[in-house]
Design a protein. Structure first.
Length: 195
């Protein structure tokens, strides 16, 4: 099985994360940020990734350090679990509806970090969660996972639905991209021979 265990400790956060790519969506998530827990649970279930995550962060300041550092740790875990990326499909994309919201996510596990983000979330907060942190999470994740991600809001009015659609779409696109392609299971999917 392709898996990784990451520990990350700073003056702002203390994170322990275990990831299995070829899982069933089993998850135990305690980030210290309720809305992020909800999003990461959806991410695990829709990606069929097994994730165990605990984070003690300085949420008395705000959720920024927790959200960003979890993005870093999750990106590191994906990179480690993918190894040399032999046999992966590499690309995945979806247009995913979440009630009135419609989100496009497209992933290339390219070894190159890039986020193209077009998500005009209408409110600054969902509950106590700062909606600008969605982008911060995705920046951290894509940098450390070394992948290209395009995420675009095609429709949507409800901020919760838009963000939920984003995490579900990311999970589904990643699920497709990390899947082993039986026809090319012994090959790295690049004309360069390396990703």
């Amino acid at each position: 099985m392709r898996n990784a265990t990451i520990s990350r400790t700073t003056k702002e956060t203390d994170i322990s994360l275990a990831l299995t790519l070829d899982g069933s969506g089993k998850n135990k998530i305690a980030s210290g940020c309720g809305f992020l827990d909800h999003m990461l649970t959806l991410f695990a279930v829709h990606g069929r990734f097994d994730i165990a995550l605990s984070c003690k962060g300085d949420t008395f300041v705000d959720d920024h350090h927790t959200v960003e550092d979890i993005g870093i740790a999750l990106g590191e875990a994906f990179k480690e679990a993918l190894g040399d990326k032999r046999g992966i499909t590499r690309y995945g994309s979806i247009i995913l509806p979440m009630d009135e919201a419609l989100i496009l996510a497209a992933v290339d596990i390219s070894g190159r970090s890039m986020l193209v983000y077009d998500m005009p979330i209408p409110t600054q907060k969902v509950g106590t969660f700062d909606t600008e942190l969605v982008k911060e999470f995705l920046i951290a994740f894509t940098r450390k996972a070394e992948l290209t991600l395009h995420v675009r809001q095609l429709a949507g009015e409800n901020s919760h639905h838009i963000i939920e659609g984003c995490f579900k779409a990311l999970a589904r696109a990643l699920r497709a991209a990390v899947k082993i392609d039986a026809e090319t299971a012994d090959e790295v999917p690049s004309s360069k021979g390396v990703l």
